[in-house]
Design a protein around this ligand. Structure first.
Ligand code: IVH
Length: 734
């Protein structure tokens, strides 16, 4: 890999990891398993290690994931909350131990081995024994004050028993027990609501909810295992700490081990693996900590994690079962995806009878055939997946799977034509079959479900079942048709069968109507995303929403046409270059003509780049521009816009008039005298500017405060303008 390629890949991986960080920490809605996330991050760390010239303090490998959300007061931790390095294998664990032995110059080391609780980190501050505050980890140095929600946790003592330090920060994890999670989901299923994916994210979403009554209704729990700031100092070992926590009357882990040497650590990890499934909280690994706190201090830490502790993560559970059949599901975009129908098998707390097979290429690559014995994995949060088959045990005559044949060359739902299209898959670009009928029932139901999902308009109460029913009864063609369905119709909707009726009910219907009315006021970016415009994902929708005032403006977007024009010009410039080898000029006259044309093109490009396209993010490229314009010019898009107009729904974009900072890129470093970093960032974005993590020649200004670091030096070296808060505000025009 060349440095240029590495750099490109690093940038991509950073964006990808940051996206998953956001989904996990702030939204509590991850799209991939912890294992896959760890692999992704590890890939990035390895590349950064191979190409140290591209390391950056802003890389997600150098930071603690940020879980702060809006609506809570921010509080500084007296002692930073760190995260842990983790590993999935014994060799790395032993290497970690060997490093400690070298560092501390002794091989007589004691450790504790504790369950790694799969919850949400919390820091509880007790002053003179009284609980004063509960704060999330946040960014490590500051977190969200969630005290009002935390005090609804019944097992959380308001007072410590016995003698207590003057001030102590006690660290632990908030979680939701499996039984409570099941209860909650059963309730949601009955109400036709979207089911929660797993206890961890539900706990995280709940504790960050602004609806404290709802938090209290969902029984969260807490378990404590660590110490932050403590005055006066309380204990000398981690083992003593465990005992002290218990003596204070705090809930602690069911079991931990105090052991000597890495071999004993390893066997404790094995023992924990045997019993962890019986714990009230999900346990996805073991945390190994140096027992002696003086030694912990000596070992120290990196920016992000201590050297004295490591998390050993267990591999996700797997099971073997028989693949009975492969059925085909049609999603909201019309893509046909294969689903494994399995002989039911018990795995990670539930019975599994279906699993994803991703796509046809994957089935071929893994050589999976109907009738095979297969291994399936459930990584906790996401849908179970088929990992592999066992061809050596295959029954004679098992045929290779052919999706096109399996569906008889047509959509299994609507019977219309299917076509081969390119798709993004986890392993790169692939191909899939797609139903060509925009009005296919499966696509309509998929779009309606998505429209109401929490990521889109959050019209709670309308899950998959209700969506499918509304489409089946032809009550909804496009998602906005939902606004025409009356309260009575919704209340009497039968989600069951003719024999076994299950009505949606008055209460659920009323809630749904309230939610759909509330959604009217959501901004353009949410609506753009919710309407499933092809190629418009969450980020793209946000960028579009910031640059257009209304749907009408997007449909006839000057900006998107400029993006297309720019791509066209760049293509022409390349193709008609006077020096082109592929397409050389015919003669001197042609060469001269091309040179003249090149100047014209360059002039037009400069006008575009310096004008309408200044500050355009990479998300709004020609592909997105083409498909957005095409969609709104076509029948489905026109139909949607007409419908919205009839309903009086006209979502507003969050455009600012060309701001003071349009086209300008800022890099922030150090602590500003009065403004928080987030505030400054907000102001820059609001004024049309961009914020970047690293200084380059393209940086317009470095906004520097106290204790500014290497970014300041780099700015000076590159001759980039450095300004302070006062000048910044002056530039902003106040
Ligand atoms: S000690 C200095 N012990 O895992 C690091 N953490 O992946 C302090 N966690 O941020 C962490 N169980 O939220 C520690 N027994 C345990 C834990 C534990 C779960 C969480 C914690 C930490 C994260 C790191």
């Amino acid at each position: 890999m060349t440095p240029a390629e590495a750099r490109q890949r690093i940038v991509e991986l950073r964006a990808e990891v940051a996206r998953h960080d956001e989904l996990y920490h702030r939204k509590a809605q991850p799209e991939i398993s912890d294992f896959d996330y760890d692999q992704l991050k590890r890939g990035l760390a390895e590349l950064e290690a191979r190409f140290p010239e591209f390391t950056s303090a802003d890389s997600p490998t150098q930071r603690v994931g940020d879980d702060r959300v809006q609506g809570f007061k921010e509080v500084a931790h007296r002692q930073r909350m760190l995260s842990l390095d983790n590993t999935y294998n014994e060799t790395e664990l032993r290497a970690w131990h060997a490093r400690l032995v070298r560092l501390l110059e002794t091989d007589d080391l004691r450790f504790t081995v504790e369950p790694k609780i799969d919850g949400l980190a919390v820091s509880l501050t007790y002053e003179s024994g009284k609980l004063v505050r509960a704060v999330t980890r946040g960014r490590g140095d500051v977190g969200d004050d969630i005290t009002v929600n935390a005090v609804t946790i019944q097992s959380l003592p308001r007072e410590l028993r016995g003698a207590a330090p003057r001030v102590v920060e006690i660290r632990g994890e908030i979680y939701m027990a499996q039984a409570e999670f099941d209860r909650l989901n059963a309730e949601r299923a009955a109400a036709g609501e979207e089911l929660y994916a797993n206890p961890r994210n539900t706990a995280a979403g709940t504790i960050k909810s602004l609806d404290t009554a709802e938090v209290a209704r969902r029984k969260l729990e807490v378990v404590l295992y660590g110490l932050g700031y403590c005055e006066p100092e309380a204990v000398r070992t981690q083992t003593r700490l465990q005992q002290q926590l218990r003596a204070w009357g705090l809930p602690v882990v069911e079991k931990y081990w105090t052991v000597r040497g890495i071999d004993e650590v390893w066997s404790a990890i094995g023992e924990l693996d045997q019993i962890r499934r019986g714990f009230a909280y999900g346990t996805d690994g073991a945390v190994v900590k140096l027992d002696d706190i003086a030694q912990q201090r000596e070992a120290g830490m990196t920016d992000k994690s201590p050297r004295w502790a490591i998390a050993y993560k267990y591999k996700p559970d797997t099971a073997r079962t028989r693949l009975k059949a492969i059925t085909i599901q049609v999603g909201k975009t019309g893509i046909l995806s294969p689903v494994a129908e399995l002989e039911p098998v018990f795995l990670s707390l539930s019975t599994i009878s279906r699993a994803t097979l991703h796509n046809e290429d994957e089935i071929r690559r893994k050589d999976i055939r109907v009738g095979d014995l297969v291994e399936i994995e459930r990584a906790g949060e996401v849908i179970p997946a088929v990992l592999r088959s066992f061809p050596e045990e295959r029954l004679a005559g098992a045929k290779e799977f052919d999706l096109f044949q399996a569906v008889g060359g047509k959509c299994p739902v609507c019977g219309e034509k299917i076509a081969r299209v390119a798709v993004d898959t986890e392993s790169g670009l692939g191909a899939a079959w797609k139903c060509q009928n925009y009005d296919c029932r499966a696509q309509r139901a998929g779009r309606l479900g998505f429209f109401c999902s929490r990521r889109a308009l959050a019209i709670d109460g309308l899950g998959e079942t209700v969506a499918a029913k509304l489409v089946e009864l032809d009550l909804v063609r496009d998602p906005p048709d939902l606004y025409d369905v009356s309260l009575e119709t919704l209340a009497t909707l039968n989600l069951g069968t003719v024999e076994e009726q299950r009505v949606f009910g008055e209460k659920n219907a009323t809630k749904l109507v309230a939610a759909r009315e509330a959604a009217r006021a959501l901004p353009l970016e949410k609506w753009l995303y919710a309407l499933s415009v092809p190629d418009v994902g969450e980020t793209t929708a946000r960028e579009l929403g910031r640059r257009h005032r209304s749907f009408a403006e997007v449909a006839d977007s000057k900006l998107l046409r400029a993006v297309l024009r720019k791509a066209e010009l760049e293509e022409e410039k390349e193709r008609e270059s006077p020096g082109s080898k592929k397409n050389p000029p015919k003669d001197d006259a042609d060469r001269e003509r091309r040179k003249a044309r090149r100047s014209e093109i360059e002039a037009e490009l400069a006008t575009l780049n310096g004008g309408i396209l200044a500050g355009m993010p990479s998300e709004l490229g020609p592909a997105v521009a083409a498909s957005t314009l095409e969609f709104f010019a076509g029948v489905p898009g026109k139909r949607l816009l007409a419908k919205l107009q009839k309903l009086g729904i006209d979502p507003q974009g969050t455009v600012m008039a060309a701001g003071a900072f349009t086209g300008k890129t800022f890099v922030l470093t150090g602590t500003l005298p009065t403004m928080k970093r987030e505030e400054a960032e907000q102001k820059i974005l609001a004024a049309g500017g961009k914020v970047s993590g690293s200084v380059s020649k393209k940086t317009s200004y470095v906004l520097a405060g106290a204790e500014a670091g290497s970014k300041l030096e780099k700015a000076q070296a590159l001759g980039v303008a450095v300004i302070g808060e006062t000048e910044f505000l002056k530039l902003l025009g106040r």
